[in-house]
Design a protein around this ligand. Sequence first.
Ligand code: NAP
Length: 428
Amino acid sequence: MASFRLGMIGCGTVGSGVLEILHRRRDALKRLLGRGIEVARIAVRDPDRPRHQVYGFVDPDVFTGNVARVIEDDSIELLVEVAGGVDAPRDWMVEALRRGKDVVTANKATLAFHGEEIFQVARECGRSVYYEASVAAAIPIIEMLQNGLVANQVTRVLAILNGTCNYILTRMELDGVDYGVALRQAQEKGFAEADPTLDVSGEDAAHKLALLARIFTHSYVPVDRIFTEGIQRISREDMAFAEDLRYRIKLLAIAKLSEEGAWDLRVHPAMIARDSILAQVQEEYNAAYVKGDAAGPMLIYGNGAGSFPTASSVVADIVRAVKGDRPVNGEEPQESVQLVPIENVSLRNYIRTIVLDVPGVLGRITSHFGMRGISIASIRQPEAKVGQPVPVVLVTHKAPDKVVTDSLCELERVGLLLEPPTRIRIEE
Ligand SMILES: NC(=O)c1ccc[n+]([C@@H]2O[C@H](COP(=O)([O-])OP(=O)(O)OC[C@H]3O[C@@H](n4cnc5c(N)ncnc54)[C@H](OP(=O)(O)O)[C@@H]3O)[C@@H](O)[C@H]2O)c1
Protein backbone atom coordinates (compact mmCIF):
# COMPACT_ATOMS: atom_id res chain seq x y z
CA MET A 1 0.00 0.00 0.00
CA ALA A 2 1.30 3.49 -0.84
CA SER A 3 2.62 5.55 2.04
CA PHE A 4 0.30 8.03 3.75
CA ARG A 5 1.54 11.50 2.81
CA LEU A 6 1.32 14.28 5.37
CA GLY A 7 2.44 17.88 5.26
CA MET A 8 3.59 19.92 8.24
CA ILE A 9 3.63 23.61 9.01
CA GLY A 10 6.28 24.25 11.66
CA CYS A 11 9.44 22.42 12.59
CA GLY A 12 10.43 23.92 15.92
CA THR A 13 10.27 22.35 19.39
CA VAL A 14 7.18 20.25 18.65
CA GLY A 15 7.68 19.68 14.92
CA SER A 16 11.21 18.33 15.30
CA GLY A 17 9.96 15.98 18.04
CA VAL A 18 7.24 14.72 15.68
CA LEU A 19 9.81 13.99 12.97
CA GLU A 20 12.05 12.12 15.40
CA ILE A 21 9.21 9.98 16.80
CA LEU A 22 7.87 9.18 13.30
CA HIS A 23 11.40 8.08 12.39
CA ARG A 24 12.11 6.12 15.58
CA ARG A 25 8.74 4.35 15.51
CA ARG A 26 8.42 3.96 11.74
CA ASP A 27 8.55 0.14 11.73
CA ALA A 28 6.09 -0.21 14.61
CA LEU A 29 3.72 2.32 13.05
CA LYS A 30 3.96 0.63 9.66
CA ARG A 31 3.05 -2.72 11.23
CA LEU A 32 0.14 -1.10 13.03
CA LEU A 33 -1.23 0.82 10.06
CA GLY A 34 -0.29 -1.50 7.21
CA ARG A 35 1.37 1.43 5.43
CA GLY A 36 4.22 3.83 6.00
CA ILE A 37 3.91 7.52 6.86
CA GLU A 38 5.79 9.94 4.62
CA VAL A 39 6.41 13.54 5.60
CA ALA A 40 6.10 14.96 2.10
CA ARG A 41 6.51 18.70 2.74
CA ILE A 42 7.32 20.97 5.71
CA ALA A 43 6.66 24.72 5.64
CA VAL A 44 8.75 26.88 7.95
CA ARG A 45 9.41 30.59 8.25
CA ASP A 46 13.04 30.35 7.17
CA PRO A 47 13.60 27.38 4.82
CA ASP A 48 17.27 28.29 4.28
CA ARG A 49 18.25 27.81 7.92
CA PRO A 50 20.15 24.50 8.33
CA ARG A 51 18.17 21.97 10.41
CA HIS A 52 20.79 19.34 11.13
CA GLN A 53 18.84 17.94 14.09
CA VAL A 54 16.16 16.57 11.73
CA TYR A 55 18.10 15.83 8.53
CA GLY A 56 18.46 12.23 9.66
CA PHE A 57 14.67 11.92 9.73
CA VAL A 58 13.59 13.77 6.56
CA ASP A 59 15.14 14.80 3.29
CA PRO A 60 16.36 18.45 3.41
CA ASP A 61 14.43 19.05 0.16
CA VAL A 62 11.05 18.77 1.94
CA PHE A 63 11.43 22.23 3.50
CA THR A 64 9.69 25.20 1.94
CA GLY A 65 9.02 28.79 2.92
CA ASN A 66 5.66 28.65 1.17
CA VAL A 67 2.73 27.33 3.24
CA ALA A 68 0.61 26.98 0.08
CA ARG A 69 2.92 24.20 -1.14
CA VAL A 70 1.67 22.09 1.78
CA ILE A 71 -1.98 23.09 1.69
CA GLU A 72 -2.47 23.04 -2.08
CA ASP A 73 -0.69 19.73 -2.69
CA ASP A 74 -3.57 17.31 -3.32
CA SER A 75 -1.36 14.27 -2.78
CA ILE A 76 -1.04 15.34 0.88
CA GLU A 77 -3.88 13.84 2.94
CA LEU A 78 -3.23 15.43 6.33
CA LEU A 79 -2.06 18.84 7.53
CA VAL A 80 -0.07 18.81 10.80
CA GLU A 81 -0.03 22.38 12.13
CA VAL A 82 2.69 22.87 14.74
CA ALA A 83 3.69 26.46 13.97
CA GLY A 84 1.69 28.48 16.51
CA GLY A 85 0.00 31.86 16.18
CA VAL A 86 -3.71 32.62 16.24
CA ASP A 87 -5.14 33.94 12.96
CA ALA A 88 -2.83 32.58 10.24
CA PRO A 89 -3.27 28.95 11.45
CA ARG A 90 -7.05 29.45 11.22
CA ASP A 91 -6.68 30.28 7.51
CA TRP A 92 -4.34 27.32 6.94
CA MET A 93 -6.65 24.86 8.69
CA VAL A 94 -9.82 26.09 6.97
CA GLU A 95 -8.17 25.96 3.55
CA ALA A 96 -6.72 22.48 4.19
CA LEU A 97 -10.14 21.16 5.31
CA ARG A 98 -11.82 22.65 2.23
CA ARG A 99 -9.23 20.86 0.10
CA GLY A 100 -10.21 17.54 1.71
CA LYS A 101 -7.41 17.17 4.24
CA ASP A 102 -7.82 16.25 7.90
CA VAL A 103 -6.00 18.48 10.37
CA VAL A 104 -3.84 17.70 13.41
CA THR A 105 -2.91 20.67 15.55
CA ALA A 106 -1.23 21.47 18.88
CA ASN A 107 -2.55 25.02 18.77
CA LYS A 108 -4.94 25.79 21.65
CA ALA A 109 -4.97 29.53 20.97
CA THR A 110 -6.30 29.18 17.41
CA LEU A 111 -8.89 26.60 18.49
CA ALA A 112 -9.99 28.68 21.49
CA PHE A 113 -10.68 31.72 19.29
CA HIS A 114 -11.53 30.21 15.88
CA GLY A 115 -12.47 26.65 16.83
CA GLU A 116 -16.18 27.00 16.05
CA GLU A 117 -15.50 28.11 12.51
CA ILE A 118 -12.80 25.46 12.00
CA PHE A 119 -15.01 22.64 13.41
CA GLN A 120 -17.95 23.86 11.30
CA VAL A 121 -15.86 23.74 8.11
CA ALA A 122 -14.63 20.27 9.12
CA ARG A 123 -18.25 19.09 9.51
CA GLU A 124 -19.27 20.57 6.15
CA CYS A 125 -16.33 18.91 4.43
CA GLY A 126 -16.67 15.57 6.25
CA ARG A 127 -13.16 15.95 7.70
CA SER A 128 -11.77 15.80 11.24
CA VAL A 129 -9.69 18.10 13.41
CA TYR A 130 -7.51 16.29 15.96
CA TYR A 131 -6.10 18.37 18.79
CA GLU A 132 -4.92 16.07 21.59
CA ALA A 133 -1.58 17.91 21.94
CA SER A 134 -3.22 21.28 22.44
CA VAL A 135 -4.27 20.51 26.04
CA ALA A 136 -1.78 19.12 28.56
CA ALA A 137 0.64 17.92 25.83
CA ALA A 138 1.39 14.25 26.52
CA ILE A 139 -1.68 13.59 28.69
CA PRO A 140 -4.47 12.01 26.60
CA ILE A 141 -7.22 14.08 28.18
CA ILE A 142 -9.09 14.84 24.95
CA GLU A 143 -9.23 11.11 24.13
CA MET A 144 -10.43 10.42 27.66
CA LEU A 145 -13.23 13.00 27.50
CA GLN A 146 -14.26 12.37 23.88
CA ASN A 147 -14.18 8.60 23.96
CA GLY A 148 -13.30 6.94 27.26
CA LEU A 149 -15.86 8.87 29.33
CA VAL A 150 -18.53 9.16 26.65
CA ALA A 151 -20.95 7.15 28.86
CA ASN A 152 -20.70 9.78 31.59
CA GLN A 153 -22.04 13.17 32.40
CA VAL A 154 -18.83 14.81 33.54
CA THR A 155 -19.70 16.81 36.62
CA ARG A 156 -16.36 18.20 37.73
CA VAL A 157 -12.89 18.96 36.39
CA LEU A 158 -10.12 20.46 38.49
CA ALA A 159 -6.92 20.70 36.48
CA ILE A 160 -3.40 22.05 36.45
CA LEU A 161 -3.01 22.84 32.76
CA ASN A 162 -0.13 25.29 32.67
CA GLY A 163 3.31 23.84 33.40
CA THR A 164 4.98 27.28 33.47
CA CYS A 165 2.76 28.50 36.31
CA ASN A 166 3.05 25.23 38.20
CA TYR A 167 6.85 25.39 37.95
CA ILE A 168 6.94 29.03 39.14
CA LEU A 169 4.62 28.33 42.08
CA THR A 170 6.63 25.23 43.04
CA ARG A 171 9.91 27.20 43.04
CA MET A 172 8.35 30.00 45.09
CA GLU A 173 7.13 27.48 47.64
CA LEU A 174 10.17 25.20 47.86
CA ASP A 175 12.94 27.79 47.46
CA GLY A 176 11.18 30.64 49.28
CA VAL A 177 11.87 33.00 46.34
CA ASP A 178 9.79 35.85 44.94
CA TYR A 179 7.65 35.56 41.82
CA GLY A 180 10.23 37.44 39.67
CA VAL A 181 13.09 35.12 40.68
CA ALA A 182 10.99 32.01 40.09
CA LEU A 183 9.92 33.33 36.68
CA ARG A 184 13.57 33.88 35.69
CA GLN A 185 14.40 30.32 36.80
CA ALA A 186 11.53 29.04 34.64
CA GLN A 187 12.85 31.02 31.66
CA GLU A 188 16.41 29.71 32.18
CA LYS A 189 15.12 26.13 32.27
CA GLY A 190 13.04 26.63 29.12
CA PHE A 191 9.71 26.28 30.99
CA ALA A 192 8.69 29.90 30.27
CA GLU A 193 8.81 32.01 27.10
CA ALA A 194 10.78 35.27 26.93
CA ASP A 195 7.32 36.92 27.01
CA PRO A 196 5.49 34.78 29.58
CA THR A 197 2.27 36.85 29.60
CA LEU A 198 0.00 34.26 28.03
CA ASP A 199 1.01 31.67 30.63
CA VAL A 200 1.23 33.71 33.85
CA SER A 201 -1.98 35.65 33.12
CA GLY A 202 -3.95 32.38 33.14
CA GLU A 203 -5.03 32.93 29.51
CA ASP A 204 -3.28 29.81 28.19
CA ALA A 205 -5.04 27.67 30.82
CA ALA A 206 -8.35 29.37 29.92
CA HIS A 207 -7.84 28.49 26.23
CA LYS A 208 -7.33 24.87 27.27
CA LEU A 209 -10.32 24.85 29.61
CA ALA A 210 -12.49 26.25 26.79
CA LEU A 211 -11.41 23.34 24.58
CA LEU A 212 -12.11 20.74 27.26
CA ALA A 213 -15.41 22.36 28.24
CA ARG A 214 -16.52 22.21 24.60
CA ILE A 215 -16.36 18.42 24.89
CA PHE A 216 -18.00 17.79 28.24
CA THR A 217 -20.63 20.55 28.04
CA HIS A 218 -21.47 19.58 24.42
CA SER A 219 -21.52 23.31 23.73
CA TYR A 220 -19.44 26.10 22.36
CA VAL A 221 -17.75 27.87 25.29
CA PRO A 222 -16.37 31.32 24.37
CA VAL A 223 -13.03 31.76 26.11
CA ASP A 224 -13.92 35.32 27.18
CA ARG A 225 -16.75 33.93 29.29
CA ILE A 226 -14.31 32.01 31.48
CA PHE A 227 -13.30 34.07 34.51
CA THR A 228 -9.50 34.24 34.35
CA GLU A 229 -6.93 35.52 36.83
CA GLY A 230 -3.15 34.97 36.74
CA ILE A 231 -0.44 34.27 39.29
CA GLN A 232 1.49 37.55 38.98
CA ARG A 233 0.35 38.95 42.33
CA ILE A 234 1.17 35.86 44.41
CA SER A 235 4.03 36.63 46.78
CA ARG A 236 6.52 34.75 48.92
CA GLU A 237 4.45 35.85 51.94
CA ASP A 238 1.33 34.19 50.48
CA MET A 239 3.31 30.97 50.06
CA ALA A 240 4.43 31.09 53.69
CA PHE A 241 0.92 31.81 54.98
CA ALA A 242 -0.51 29.07 52.75
CA GLU A 243 1.90 26.58 54.34
CA ASP A 244 0.91 27.79 57.78
CA LEU A 245 -2.75 27.24 56.92
CA ARG A 246 -2.00 23.76 55.47
CA TYR A 247 -2.73 24.83 51.89
CA ARG A 248 -0.78 24.92 48.64
CA ILE A 249 -1.30 27.52 45.90
CA LYS A 250 -1.97 26.21 42.38
CA LEU A 251 -3.24 27.80 39.19
CA LEU A 252 -6.40 25.75 38.67
CA ALA A 253 -8.71 25.39 35.70
CA ILE A 254 -12.08 24.57 37.22
CA ALA A 255 -15.34 23.26 35.79
CA LYS A 256 -18.25 22.34 38.02
CA LEU A 257 -21.77 21.38 37.02
CA SER A 258 -24.37 22.88 39.37
CA GLU A 259 -27.53 21.06 40.43
CA GLU A 260 -29.47 23.45 38.18
CA GLY A 261 -27.39 22.31 35.19
CA ALA A 262 -25.23 25.45 34.82
CA TRP A 263 -21.45 25.36 34.50
CA ASP A 264 -19.08 27.18 36.82
CA LEU A 265 -15.95 27.64 34.65
CA ARG A 266 -12.95 29.60 35.88
CA VAL A 267 -9.16 29.80 35.95
CA HIS A 268 -7.40 31.39 38.91
CA PRO A 269 -4.80 30.76 41.60
CA ALA A 270 -6.44 28.66 44.29
CA MET A 271 -5.48 27.44 47.72
CA ILE A 272 -6.03 23.70 47.99
CA ALA A 273 -5.44 21.38 50.94
CA ARG A 274 -1.77 20.35 51.12
CA ASP A 275 -2.73 16.68 51.37
CA SER A 276 -5.07 16.72 48.35
CA ILE A 277 -4.01 14.80 45.23
CA LEU A 278 -3.64 17.88 43.03
CA ALA A 279 -1.42 19.55 45.65
CA GLN A 280 1.14 16.78 45.02
CA VAL A 281 1.47 17.85 41.36
CA GLN A 282 4.66 19.90 41.49
CA GLU A 283 7.29 21.37 39.14
CA GLU A 284 6.24 21.64 35.46
CA TYR A 285 3.78 18.74 35.56
CA ASN A 286 0.12 18.89 34.59
CA ALA A 287 -2.79 16.88 35.98
CA ALA A 288 -6.55 16.75 35.83
CA TYR A 289 -9.00 15.42 38.38
CA VAL A 290 -12.15 14.46 36.47
CA LYS A 291 -15.41 13.18 37.91
CA GLY A 292 -18.00 11.39 35.81
CA ASP A 293 -21.45 10.40 37.09
CA ALA A 294 -20.85 6.73 36.28
CA ALA A 295 -17.08 6.39 36.44
CA GLY A 296 -16.60 8.42 39.61
CA PRO A 297 -13.40 10.38 40.24
CA MET A 298 -10.11 9.83 38.45
CA LEU A 299 -6.77 11.54 38.06
CA ILE A 300 -4.62 11.85 34.98
CA TYR A 301 -1.05 13.17 35.37
CA GLY A 302 1.99 13.76 33.18
CA ASN A 303 4.10 16.09 31.07
CA GLY A 304 2.18 19.15 29.97
CA ALA A 305 4.84 20.57 27.64
CA GLY A 306 8.11 19.83 25.88
CA SER A 307 9.21 18.48 22.53
CA PHE A 308 8.66 14.73 22.91
CA PRO A 309 5.70 14.85 25.30
CA THR A 310 3.81 17.15 22.91
CA ALA A 311 4.97 15.22 19.85
CA SER A 312 3.75 12.01 21.50
CA SER A 313 0.17 13.31 21.30
CA VAL A 314 0.63 14.79 17.81
CA VAL A 315 1.81 11.40 16.53
CA ALA A 316 -1.12 9.67 18.30
CA ASP A 317 -3.43 12.03 16.37
CA ILE A 318 -1.59 11.32 13.11
CA VAL A 319 -2.18 7.59 13.71
CA ARG A 320 -5.91 8.24 14.40
CA ALA A 321 -6.14 10.23 11.17
CA VAL A 322 -4.40 7.52 9.13
CA LYS A 323 -6.76 4.91 10.60
CA GLY A 324 -9.76 7.19 9.93
CA ASP A 325 -10.84 7.15 13.61
CA ARG A 326 -13.45 9.84 14.21
CA PRO A 327 -14.11 11.21 17.71
CA VAL A 328 -17.20 9.58 19.30
CA ASN A 329 -18.19 12.84 20.89
CA GLY A 330 -17.05 16.40 20.63
CA GLU A 331 -17.37 17.56 17.04
CA GLU A 332 -20.81 19.13 17.09
CA PRO A 333 -22.05 21.46 19.85
CA GLN A 334 -25.62 20.41 20.63
CA GLU A 335 -26.70 22.78 23.35
CA SER A 336 -26.10 26.38 24.33
CA VAL A 337 -24.16 26.37 27.55
CA GLN A 338 -25.52 27.92 30.73
CA LEU A 339 -22.76 29.46 32.81
CA VAL A 340 -22.67 30.47 36.47
CA PRO A 341 -21.20 33.99 36.58
CA ILE A 342 -18.18 34.26 38.90
CA GLU A 343 -20.09 36.92 40.88
CA ASN A 344 -22.52 34.22 42.06
CA VAL A 345 -19.96 31.56 42.97
CA SER A 346 -19.67 31.11 46.75
CA LEU A 347 -16.19 30.32 47.99
CA ARG A 348 -13.95 30.68 51.01
CA ASN A 349 -11.21 33.27 50.59
CA TYR A 350 -7.73 34.02 51.84
CA ILE A 351 -7.17 37.77 52.15
CA ARG A 352 -3.77 39.29 52.97
CA THR A 353 -3.04 42.94 53.43
CA ILE A 354 -0.78 45.28 55.41
CA VAL A 355 -2.06 47.68 58.05
CA LEU A 356 -0.52 49.97 60.65
CA ASP A 357 -0.53 48.18 63.98
CA VAL A 358 -2.69 50.68 65.84
CA PRO A 359 -5.39 49.92 68.43
CA GLY A 360 -8.72 48.85 66.94
CA VAL A 361 -7.53 48.25 63.39
CA LEU A 362 -8.35 44.52 63.38
CA GLY A 363 -11.78 45.18 64.85
CA ARG A 364 -12.55 47.74 62.13
CA ILE A 365 -11.52 45.31 59.41
CA THR A 366 -13.54 42.39 60.77
CA SER A 367 -16.61 44.54 61.35
CA HIS A 368 -16.25 45.90 57.77
CA PHE A 369 -16.62 42.33 56.48
CA GLY A 370 -19.22 41.38 59.09
CA MET A 371 -21.49 44.26 58.07
CA ARG A 372 -21.44 42.94 54.51
CA GLY A 373 -22.39 39.41 55.54
CA ILE A 374 -18.90 37.91 55.22
CA SER A 375 -17.98 35.91 58.28
CA ILE A 376 -14.34 35.41 59.18
CA ALA A 377 -13.13 31.88 59.87
CA SER A 378 -9.67 32.89 61.12
CA ILE A 379 -7.33 35.85 61.50
CA ARG A 380 -3.53 35.87 61.66
CA GLN A 381 -1.35 38.80 62.54
CA PRO A 382 2.31 38.36 63.44
CA GLU A 383 3.47 40.39 66.43
CA ALA A 384 4.66 43.89 65.50
CA LYS A 385 5.71 47.14 67.16
CA VAL A 386 2.80 49.52 67.77
CA GLY A 387 2.45 51.96 64.87
CA GLN A 388 4.49 49.76 62.50
CA PRO A 389 3.19 48.09 59.32
CA VAL A 390 2.08 44.52 59.90
CA PRO A 391 0.54 41.90 57.59
CA VAL A 392 -2.94 40.68 58.39
CA VAL A 393 -4.33 37.46 56.98
CA LEU A 394 -8.03 36.65 57.05
CA VAL A 395 -9.73 33.47 55.96
CA THR A 396 -13.41 33.89 55.23
CA HIS A 397 -16.24 31.40 55.36
CA LYS A 398 -18.06 30.89 52.07
CA ALA A 399 -19.36 34.11 50.58
CA PRO A 400 -20.59 35.13 47.11
CA ASP A 401 -17.60 36.24 45.01
CA LYS A 402 -19.06 39.63 44.16
CA VAL A 403 -19.75 40.46 47.81
CA VAL A 404 -16.09 39.77 48.65
CA THR A 405 -14.81 41.74 45.62
CA ASP A 406 -16.98 44.76 46.46
CA SER A 407 -16.04 44.63 50.15
CA LEU A 408 -12.34 44.61 49.31
CA CYS A 409 -12.76 47.64 47.00
CA GLU A 410 -14.62 49.51 49.73
CA LEU A 411 -12.00 48.56 52.32
CA GLU A 412 -9.28 50.00 50.09
CA ARG A 413 -11.21 53.27 49.82
CA VAL A 414 -11.59 53.59 53.60
CA GLY A 415 -7.82 54.10 53.86
CA LEU A 416 -7.04 51.47 56.50
CA LEU A 417 -4.76 49.44 54.23
CA LEU A 418 -1.13 50.22 53.42
CA GLU A 419 -1.21 48.13 50.25
CA PRO A 420 -3.94 46.63 48.05
CA PRO A 421 -5.14 43.32 49.49
CA THR A 422 -4.22 40.00 47.87
CA ARG A 423 -7.17 37.66 47.65
CA ILE A 424 -6.81 33.97 46.81
CA ARG A 425 -9.88 31.82 46.45
CA ILE A 426 -9.93 28.59 48.42
CA GLU A 427 -11.05 25.47 46.57
CA GLU A 428 -12.32 22.69 48.80
N1 NAP B 1 6.52 23.71 22.98
C1 NAP B 1 5.63 23.06 23.73
O1 NAP B 1 5.96 22.46 24.77
C2 NAP B 1 4.18 23.00 23.28
C3 NAP B 1 3.27 22.23 24.04
C4 NAP B 1 1.94 22.13 23.62
C5 NAP B 1 1.53 22.84 22.49
N2 NAP B 1 2.44 23.60 21.81
C6 NAP B 1 1.97 24.32 20.63
O2 NAP B 1 2.63 23.82 19.48
C7 NAP B 1 2.79 24.86 18.53
C8 NAP B 1 4.28 24.96 18.15
O3 NAP B 1 5.05 25.26 19.29
P1 NAP B 1 6.65 25.16 19.28
O4 NAP B 1 7.07 25.27 20.71
O5 NAP B 1 7.10 23.99 18.49
O6 NAP B 1 7.04 26.50 18.51
P2 NAP B 1 8.48 26.90 17.91
O7 NAP B 1 9.55 26.09 18.52
O8 NAP B 1 8.55 28.39 17.98
O9 NAP B 1 8.37 26.48 16.37
C9 NAP B 1 7.52 27.11 15.47
C10 NAP B 1 7.79 26.56 14.08
O10 NAP B 1 6.81 27.09 13.19
C11 NAP B 1 7.43 27.75 12.11
N3 NAP B 1 6.61 28.91 11.76
C12 NAP B 1 6.22 29.92 12.57
N4 NAP B 1 5.44 30.79 11.89
C13 NAP B 1 5.35 30.31 10.63
C14 NAP B 1 4.72 30.79 9.45
N5 NAP B 1 4.02 31.92 9.44
N6 NAP B 1 4.84 30.05 8.32
C15 NAP B 1 5.54 28.88 8.32
N7 NAP B 1 6.17 28.39 9.42
C16 NAP B 1 6.08 29.11 10.55
C17 NAP B 1 8.81 28.16 12.60
O11 NAP B 1 9.68 28.27 11.49
P3 NAP B 1 11.28 28.57 11.69
O12 NAP B 1 11.85 27.27 12.20
O13 NAP B 1 11.78 28.91 10.35
O14 NAP B 1 11.36 29.69 12.67
C18 NAP B 1 9.15 26.95 13.51
O15 NAP B 1 9.68 25.90 12.73
C19 NAP B 1 2.21 26.12 19.18
O16 NAP B 1 0.88 26.28 18.76
C20 NAP B 1 2.26 25.81 20.66
O17 NAP B 1 1.28 26.50 21.41
C21 NAP B 1 3.74 23.69 22.16
